[in-house]
Design a protein. Structure first.
Length: 319
Protein backbone atom coordinates (compact mmCIF):
# COMPACT_ATOMS: atom_id res chain seq x y z
CA UNK A 1 0.00 0.00 0.00
CA UNK A 2 1.57 3.25 -1.09
CA UNK A 3 1.62 5.91 1.59
CA UNK A 4 1.27 9.58 0.80
CA UNK A 5 3.58 11.77 2.85
CA UNK A 6 2.06 13.99 5.52
CA UNK A 7 2.01 17.02 3.23
CA UNK A 8 -1.75 16.41 3.21
CA UNK A 9 -3.86 16.41 6.37
CA UNK A 10 -7.54 16.23 7.30
CA UNK A 11 -9.24 19.35 8.64
CA UNK A 12 -11.18 19.42 11.90
CA UNK A 13 -14.89 19.13 11.13
CA UNK A 14 -17.66 19.22 13.71
CA UNK A 15 -19.68 16.01 13.75
CA UNK A 16 -17.30 14.40 11.28
CA UNK A 17 -13.69 13.99 12.45
CA UNK A 18 -14.68 12.15 15.60
CA UNK A 19 -12.90 9.07 16.95
CA UNK A 20 -14.66 6.75 14.48
CA UNK A 21 -13.65 8.75 11.43
CA UNK A 22 -10.10 8.93 12.75
CA UNK A 23 -10.15 5.13 13.04
CA UNK A 24 -11.35 4.85 9.44
CA UNK A 25 -8.57 7.16 8.20
CA UNK A 26 -6.06 5.07 10.13
CA UNK A 27 -7.18 2.03 8.16
CA UNK A 28 -6.74 3.92 4.89
CA UNK A 29 -3.41 5.52 5.72
CA UNK A 30 -1.77 5.60 9.14
CA UNK A 31 0.54 8.42 8.08
CA UNK A 32 -2.23 10.93 7.42
CA UNK A 33 -2.59 13.50 10.18
CA UNK A 34 -6.22 13.98 11.20
CA UNK A 35 -7.42 16.91 13.29
CA UNK A 36 -10.26 16.08 15.66
CA UNK A 37 -13.51 17.95 15.63
CA UNK A 38 -13.33 21.05 17.81
CA UNK A 39 -13.62 20.30 21.51
CA UNK A 40 -14.01 23.05 24.06
CA UNK A 41 -11.44 23.05 26.83
CA UNK A 42 -14.17 22.68 29.46
CA UNK A 43 -15.58 19.57 27.75
CA UNK A 44 -12.13 17.98 27.80
CA UNK A 45 -11.55 18.92 31.44
CA UNK A 46 -14.96 17.97 32.82
CA UNK A 47 -15.81 14.86 30.79
CA UNK A 48 -14.17 11.73 29.43
CA UNK A 49 -14.57 12.83 25.81
CA UNK A 50 -10.95 12.00 24.97
CA UNK A 51 -11.47 8.37 25.99
CA UNK A 52 -13.47 7.91 22.79
CA UNK A 53 -10.11 7.86 21.00
CA UNK A 54 -8.59 5.08 23.10
CA UNK A 55 -9.48 2.39 20.55
CA UNK A 56 -7.35 3.95 17.81
CA UNK A 57 -4.31 1.95 16.76
CA UNK A 58 -2.28 5.05 15.97
CA UNK A 59 -3.21 8.10 18.01
CA UNK A 60 0.24 9.52 17.33
CA UNK A 61 -1.06 10.99 14.08
CA UNK A 62 -4.18 12.50 15.60
CA UNK A 63 -4.07 16.18 16.52
CA UNK A 64 -6.63 17.47 19.00
CA UNK A 65 -8.28 20.81 18.31
CA UNK A 66 -9.15 22.72 21.46
CA UNK A 67 -11.39 25.79 21.70
CA UNK A 68 -11.35 28.43 24.39
CA UNK A 69 -9.57 31.59 25.41
CA UNK A 70 -8.61 31.09 29.05
CA UNK A 71 -4.90 30.20 29.20
CA UNK A 72 -5.14 28.13 32.38
CA UNK A 73 -8.14 26.10 31.20
CA UNK A 74 -6.68 25.54 27.72
CA UNK A 75 -3.45 24.36 29.33
CA UNK A 76 -5.30 21.94 31.60
CA UNK A 77 -7.21 20.53 28.63
CA UNK A 78 -4.00 20.28 26.61
CA UNK A 79 -2.34 18.42 29.49
CA UNK A 80 -5.11 15.80 29.37
CA UNK A 81 -4.70 15.51 25.60
CA UNK A 82 -0.94 15.12 25.96
CA UNK A 83 -1.41 12.39 28.54
CA UNK A 84 -3.66 10.62 26.03
CA UNK A 85 -0.76 10.78 23.50
CA UNK A 86 -2.31 13.05 20.90
CA UNK A 87 0.43 14.22 18.56
CA UNK A 88 -0.35 17.92 18.52
CA UNK A 89 -2.38 20.57 20.32
CA UNK A 90 -4.25 22.84 17.90
CA UNK A 91 -5.87 26.06 19.13
CA UNK A 92 -9.00 27.07 17.24
CA UNK A 93 -8.70 30.72 16.22
CA UNK A 94 -10.90 30.49 13.14
CA UNK A 95 -14.39 29.16 13.86
CA UNK A 96 -17.01 31.83 12.98
CA UNK A 97 -20.13 30.12 14.33
CA UNK A 98 -22.52 32.32 16.31
CA UNK A 99 -22.13 30.18 19.42
CA UNK A 100 -18.34 30.34 19.29
CA UNK A 101 -18.28 34.05 18.53
CA UNK A 102 -20.60 34.76 21.48
CA UNK A 103 -18.17 32.81 23.67
CA UNK A 104 -15.28 35.10 22.76
CA UNK A 105 -13.08 32.45 21.18
CA UNK A 106 -12.64 31.00 17.69
CA UNK A 107 -12.23 33.68 15.01
CA UNK A 108 -12.43 36.43 17.66
CA UNK A 109 -8.92 35.44 18.72
CA UNK A 110 -7.45 36.52 15.39
CA UNK A 111 -7.94 40.07 16.69
CA UNK A 112 -6.40 39.27 20.08
CA UNK A 113 -2.96 37.79 19.35
CA UNK A 114 -1.65 38.69 22.80
CA UNK A 115 -4.23 36.43 24.41
CA UNK A 116 -3.39 33.63 21.98
CA UNK A 117 0.28 34.02 22.86
CA UNK A 118 -0.58 33.71 26.55
CA UNK A 119 -2.62 30.58 25.83
CA UNK A 120 0.20 29.00 23.85
CA UNK A 121 2.76 29.86 26.54
CA UNK A 122 0.62 28.28 29.23
CA UNK A 123 0.09 25.14 27.16
CA UNK A 124 3.84 24.91 26.54
CA UNK A 125 4.40 25.12 30.30
CA UNK A 126 2.10 22.15 30.87
CA UNK A 127 3.02 19.86 27.94
CA UNK A 128 5.88 19.08 25.57
CA UNK A 129 3.57 18.58 22.60
CA UNK A 130 3.73 20.60 19.40
CA UNK A 131 1.31 23.53 19.38
CA UNK A 132 -0.37 24.80 16.23
CA UNK A 133 -2.92 27.48 15.41
CA UNK A 134 -5.77 27.32 12.89
CA UNK A 135 -7.19 30.64 11.73
CA UNK A 136 -8.27 32.62 8.65
CA UNK A 137 -6.79 35.43 6.56
CA UNK A 138 -9.09 38.04 8.09
CA UNK A 139 -12.43 38.72 9.74
CA UNK A 140 -15.25 41.11 8.85
CA UNK A 141 -13.75 44.43 7.79
CA UNK A 142 -10.38 43.48 9.31
CA UNK A 143 -8.78 42.33 6.05
CA UNK A 144 -5.51 44.26 6.05
CA UNK A 145 -2.47 42.01 5.68
CA UNK A 146 -1.22 43.52 8.93
CA UNK A 147 -3.94 41.66 10.85
CA UNK A 148 -2.58 38.21 10.07
CA UNK A 149 1.07 39.31 9.96
CA UNK A 150 0.84 40.88 13.41
CA UNK A 151 -0.94 37.78 14.68
CA UNK A 152 1.94 35.53 13.61
CA UNK A 153 4.57 37.95 14.89
CA UNK A 154 2.99 37.94 18.35
CA UNK A 155 2.22 34.22 18.60
CA UNK A 156 5.71 33.36 17.35
CA UNK A 157 6.94 34.84 20.63
CA UNK A 158 5.41 31.78 22.31
CA UNK A 159 7.54 29.56 20.06
CA UNK A 160 4.54 28.40 18.02
CA UNK A 161 5.82 27.46 14.60
CA UNK A 162 2.87 25.86 12.81
CA UNK A 163 -0.05 27.86 11.44
CA UNK A 164 -2.95 26.43 9.44
CA UNK A 165 -4.56 29.17 7.39
CA UNK A 166 -8.02 28.89 5.85
CA UNK A 167 -7.64 31.08 2.77
CA UNK A 168 -10.91 32.96 3.33
CA UNK A 169 -11.96 35.75 5.64
CA UNK A 170 -14.69 35.03 8.17
CA UNK A 171 -17.84 37.11 8.38
CA UNK A 172 -19.40 37.13 11.82
CA UNK A 173 -23.13 37.46 12.34
CA UNK A 174 -24.20 37.95 8.72
CA UNK A 175 -23.14 34.47 7.53
CA UNK A 176 -23.77 31.14 9.21
CA UNK A 177 -21.04 28.52 9.60
CA UNK A 178 -21.87 26.75 6.32
CA UNK A 179 -21.92 29.98 4.31
CA UNK A 180 -18.58 30.97 5.82
CA UNK A 181 -17.15 27.92 4.06
CA UNK A 182 -18.40 29.04 0.66
CA UNK A 183 -19.35 32.71 0.35
CA UNK A 184 -16.10 34.53 1.19
CA UNK A 185 -13.81 34.04 -1.84
CA UNK A 186 -10.66 31.97 -1.61
CA UNK A 187 -7.40 33.91 -1.66
CA UNK A 188 -4.54 31.44 -1.95
CA UNK A 189 -2.09 34.18 -2.92
CA UNK A 190 -2.47 35.74 0.52
CA UNK A 191 -1.32 32.50 2.14
CA UNK A 192 1.55 32.09 -0.32
CA UNK A 193 2.67 35.62 0.51
CA UNK A 194 2.45 34.83 4.22
CA UNK A 195 4.76 31.87 3.77
CA UNK A 196 7.28 34.05 1.94
CA UNK A 197 7.33 36.54 4.80
CA UNK A 198 7.33 33.90 7.56
CA UNK A 199 9.62 31.37 5.93
CA UNK A 200 10.69 29.88 9.26
CA UNK A 201 7.12 28.99 10.13
CA UNK A 202 5.27 25.90 8.95
CA UNK A 203 2.37 27.27 6.91
CA UNK A 204 -0.45 24.90 5.97
CA UNK A 205 -3.08 26.10 3.52
CA UNK A 206 -6.74 25.10 3.83
CA UNK A 207 -9.87 25.80 1.79
CA UNK A 208 -11.34 24.33 -1.38
CA UNK A 209 -8.84 21.52 -1.96
CA UNK A 210 -10.32 18.34 -3.43
CA UNK A 211 -7.52 15.83 -4.10
CA UNK A 212 -3.96 14.87 -3.15
CA UNK A 213 -2.24 15.29 -6.50
CA UNK A 214 -1.33 18.97 -6.50
CA UNK A 215 1.82 19.87 -8.41
CA UNK A 216 4.79 22.04 -7.56
CA UNK A 217 2.98 25.29 -8.35
CA UNK A 218 1.25 24.92 -4.98
CA UNK A 219 3.47 22.45 -3.14
CA UNK A 220 6.53 24.70 -3.43
CA UNK A 221 4.69 27.67 -1.93
CA UNK A 222 3.45 26.18 1.35
CA UNK A 223 4.40 23.40 3.76
CA UNK A 224 1.20 21.43 3.48
CA UNK A 225 -2.40 21.25 2.31
CA UNK A 226 -5.30 20.57 4.64
CA UNK A 227 -8.43 19.06 3.10
CA UNK A 228 -11.85 19.27 4.72
CA UNK A 229 -15.17 18.39 3.10
CA UNK A 230 -13.66 16.34 0.27
CA UNK A 231 -11.69 14.29 2.80
CA UNK A 232 -14.97 13.34 4.42
CA UNK A 233 -16.80 12.62 1.16
CA UNK A 234 -13.93 10.64 -0.36
CA UNK A 235 -11.34 9.51 2.21
CA UNK A 236 -9.76 7.18 -0.38
CA UNK A 237 -7.80 10.16 -1.75
CA UNK A 238 -5.32 9.69 1.10
CA UNK A 239 -4.01 6.42 -0.30
CA UNK A 240 -2.91 6.58 -3.93
CA UNK A 241 -3.12 2.79 -4.25
CA UNK A 242 -6.86 2.88 -3.60
CA UNK A 243 -8.05 4.05 -7.00
CA UNK A 244 -11.35 3.12 -8.63
CA UNK A 245 -10.17 -0.32 -9.75
CA UNK A 246 -9.09 -1.33 -6.24
CA UNK A 247 -12.58 -2.07 -4.99
CA UNK A 248 -11.59 -5.31 -3.26
CA UNK A 249 -9.05 -3.51 -1.06
CA UNK A 250 -11.65 -0.86 -0.26
CA UNK A 251 -14.18 -3.52 0.70
CA UNK A 252 -11.64 -5.14 3.02
CA UNK A 253 -11.02 -1.82 4.77
CA UNK A 254 -14.73 -1.13 5.24
CA UNK A 255 -15.27 -4.72 6.42
CA UNK A 256 -12.56 -4.17 9.05
CA UNK A 257 -14.11 -0.87 10.06
CA UNK A 258 -17.58 -2.39 10.52
CA UNK A 259 -16.10 -5.31 12.44
CA UNK A 260 -14.50 -2.75 14.76
CA UNK A 261 -17.84 -0.97 15.15
CA UNK A 262 -19.56 -4.22 16.01
CA UNK A 263 -17.19 -4.82 18.92
CA UNK A 264 -17.28 -1.18 19.98
CA UNK A 265 -21.09 -1.02 19.99
CA UNK A 266 -21.27 -4.15 22.13
CA UNK A 267 -19.04 -2.51 24.73
CA UNK A 268 -20.47 0.99 24.53
CA UNK A 269 -23.45 2.70 22.90
CA UNK A 270 -24.58 2.45 19.29
CA UNK A 271 -23.42 5.51 17.35
CA UNK A 272 -25.18 6.33 14.09
CA UNK A 273 -22.58 8.91 13.08
CA UNK A 274 -20.02 6.12 12.85
CA UNK A 275 -22.15 4.62 10.06
CA UNK A 276 -22.76 7.93 8.31
CA UNK A 277 -18.98 8.13 7.84
CA UNK A 278 -19.18 5.23 5.35
CA UNK A 279 -22.46 5.90 3.55
CA UNK A 280 -20.71 7.39 0.50
CA UNK A 281 -17.50 5.34 0.38
CA UNK A 282 -18.74 3.23 -2.55
CA UNK A 283 -20.20 6.04 -4.64
CA UNK A 284 -19.53 5.43 -8.33
CA UNK A 285 -19.77 1.65 -8.05
CA UNK A 286 -22.60 -0.67 -9.04
CA UNK A 287 -24.48 -1.31 -5.80
CA UNK A 288 -23.70 2.07 -4.20
CA UNK A 289 -27.36 3.09 -4.03
CA UNK A 290 -28.31 -0.14 -2.25
CA UNK A 291 -25.35 0.34 0.10
CA UNK A 292 -26.59 3.79 1.08
CA UNK A 293 -30.10 2.42 1.64
CA UNK A 294 -28.68 -0.35 3.81
CA UNK A 295 -26.73 2.18 5.89
CA UNK A 296 -29.99 4.06 6.51
CA UNK A 297 -31.74 0.81 7.49
CA UNK A 298 -28.90 -0.21 9.76
CA UNK A 299 -29.06 3.08 11.62
CA UNK A 300 -32.66 2.12 12.47
CA UNK A 301 -32.35 -1.62 13.12
CA UNK A 302 -28.73 -1.51 14.42
CA UNK A 303 -27.89 -4.83 12.76
CA UNK A 304 -24.34 -4.50 11.45
CA UNK A 305 -24.37 -8.07 10.14
CA UNK A 306 -26.43 -6.91 7.16
CA UNK A 307 -23.60 -4.58 6.11
CA UNK A 308 -20.98 -7.30 6.51
CA UNK A 309 -23.10 -9.71 4.48
CA UNK A 310 -23.58 -7.11 1.76
CA UNK A 311 -19.82 -6.88 1.35
CA UNK A 312 -19.30 -10.63 1.61
CA UNK A 313 -21.93 -11.37 -1.04
CA UNK A 314 -20.04 -9.27 -3.60
CA UNK A 315 -22.88 -6.84 -4.27
CA UNK A 316 -20.51 -3.98 -5.03
CA UNK A 317 -18.86 -3.99 -8.44
CA UNK A 318 -16.97 -1.78 -10.87
CA UNK A 319 -19.29 -0.26 -13.46
Amino acid sequence: MKKLDNFYSVAPMMGKTDSFFCYLLNLINQQTIVYTEMMHAEAIIRTNILKNYNALHNINNIAVQIAGSDPARLALAAKKAAEANFSEININCGCPSKRVVSGSFGINLLLDPTQVRRCAEEIANKTNKKISIKTRIGVDEHTSENILDDFLLEVNNADVRKFIIHARIAIRGKLNTKDNLNVPPLNYERVFKLKKKFNNNIIIINGGFKHTNYNATIKNKVDGIMIGREAYKNPWIFNSDLNYENIEEKKQIIFSYISFLKINFQKYLFNKTALLHIQNVFNGYDGAKNWRKLIAQTIINKNLKDLLNFIDCDRLKII
